[in-house]
Ligand binder design. Structure first.
Ligand SMILES: *Cc1c(COP(=O)(O)O)cnc(C)c1O
Length: 383
């Protein structure tokens, strides 16, 4: 193994996490629903213009809360892209729904709305749109499809914080959206997430579900004298300590995002001329009406053989580049659900050719130049 010189990811850090952790220790509220949790929730609600936000222990748990809030049950179907993280499927499968896997657009790697239309049945309860790499899905079309058939539209925003579609923040289109603050994401507290609710009528039940099925939420607000068991539920509330850590990053979110976008655009400029024109690599599609979040930077190599050659060459130079998503329909679980190779051709093609490059806050131009030089050298050798 070669030593890693440039990792794929370094967790985002500001100068103030320890200060806020110390303040949380000092104020003595370490468990969930404390002052930092409220601050983070308010910031997200104000910044994105979402009526209600709940911090959660992960995006996975925010997705599970969606399934609970929709009262998903056995026999229901949820349409989602196969080119996705496992939690999108598992969150609904856990409650007995069938994940119906759809193909993606070749340019953005996002859910192809034409496939969605074909997959809708009387059992379809929701469409879960993943904004891959923080590049917005075609929300106008997806909204129309879902509204005309009275199906709920949900968003996975794990890569998409602060991205926008026609000037409107992602996370505000679906009935609900999930954010992740896992250490590999744009902002982090180690493990964490948030559930965004655009339908306020779901808020009271959400507050109960994440507090173990109790009305502790009303108790904390002084509305009831005692809290008690009122519904099903689980423990989806993060410790206020984690929210304190996260708050340091939310306060600097705009600046972090701008630096990340500069790195993304630097890769884009350098590769667009050389890698694209000379070697037939492809770059992320960027529809004009979209602002992306620079969640991921990737190249689509001309072939899988080429992708592996470039990846191995970079590894030999201590540069970590990775592929993404074994398509859900080709995984062992996907096969158990009845899918087989050839079912979703675009997904299978791009999953074989995608190469994600190091991108994180603090990545230097010198490091980027070394990544770019490594990729170009490997491509010039014919991959
Ligand atoms: C990371 C990720 C998740 C899961 O996030 P957790 O907070 O780790 O549960 C969900 N969806 C996508 C697209 C992701 O990249």
């Amino acid at each position: 193994m070669n030593p890693v010189n440039i990792p794929f990811n370094r967790p985002t850090r500001t100068r103030r996490e320890l200060e806020h952790l110390a303040a949380a220790l000092e104020n003595g509220h370490l468990s969930g629903a404390g002052p930092y949790t409220h601050r983070c929730q308010q910031w997200l609600a104000d910044t994105l213009a979402v009526p209600r936000v709940f911090l959660t222990t992960s995006a996975t748990h925010a997705l599970e809360m969606m399934a609970l809030l929709l009262e998903i049950r056995h026999g229901d179907e949820v349409i989602l892209p196969s080119f996705a993280f496992v939690s999108l499927a598992n969150a609904f499968l856990l409650f007995g729904a069938r994940p119906v896997l759809a193909d993606v657009h070749e340019d953005t790697l996002n859910l192809d709305e034409r496939c969605v239309t074909e997959l809708i049945t009387p059992r379809t309860r929701a469409v879960l749109a993943l904004h891959y790499a923080g590049m917005p899905c075609e929300m106008k079309e997806l909204t129309e499809i879902c509204q005309s058939r009275r199906i709920d539209l949900l968003e996975d925003l794990a890569h998409g914080l602060l991205a926008a579609y026609h000037g409107r923040a992602l996370g505000t289109f679906g009935r609900m959206a999930a954010l992740s603050f896992h250490q590999t994401k744009i902002l982090t507290c180690g493990e964490g997430g948030a559930l965004l609710l655009n339908d306020e009528s779901l808020a009271d039940r959400a507050a109960v579900l994440l507090e173990k099925g109790t009305d502790r939420f009303s108790f904390l607000r002084g509305e009831v004298d005692n809290y008690t068991w009122v519904d099903i539920g689980s423990s989806y509330t993060p410790a206020d300590l984690l929210a304190a850590f996260l708050w340091a990053q939310l306060e600097e979110a705009e600046a972090i995002q701008q630096r990340r976008c500069r790195c993304w655009e630097y890769y884009d400029r350098q590769f667009r001329q050389a890698a694209v024109e000379k070697y037939g690599a492809r770059l992320p599609g960027w529809p004009a009406h979209c602002r992306h979040s620079a969640g991921v930077f990737y190249l689509l190599c001309p072939s899988e053989t080429c992708r592996e050659a470039v990846r191995n060459y970079l590894a030999s130079r201590g540069i970590q580049a990775t592929f993404h998503y074994i398509p859900l329909h080709l995984s062992r679980m996907g096969r158990r659900l009845g899918y087989k190779p050839g079912d979703l051709p675009v997904t299978e093609d791009v999953a074989g050719r995608i190469l994600r490059l190091p991108l994180f806050d603090g990545l230097t131009t010198d490091e980027q130049d070394r990544v770019i030089h490594g990729v170009m050298t490997a491509l010039a050798r014919g991959g």
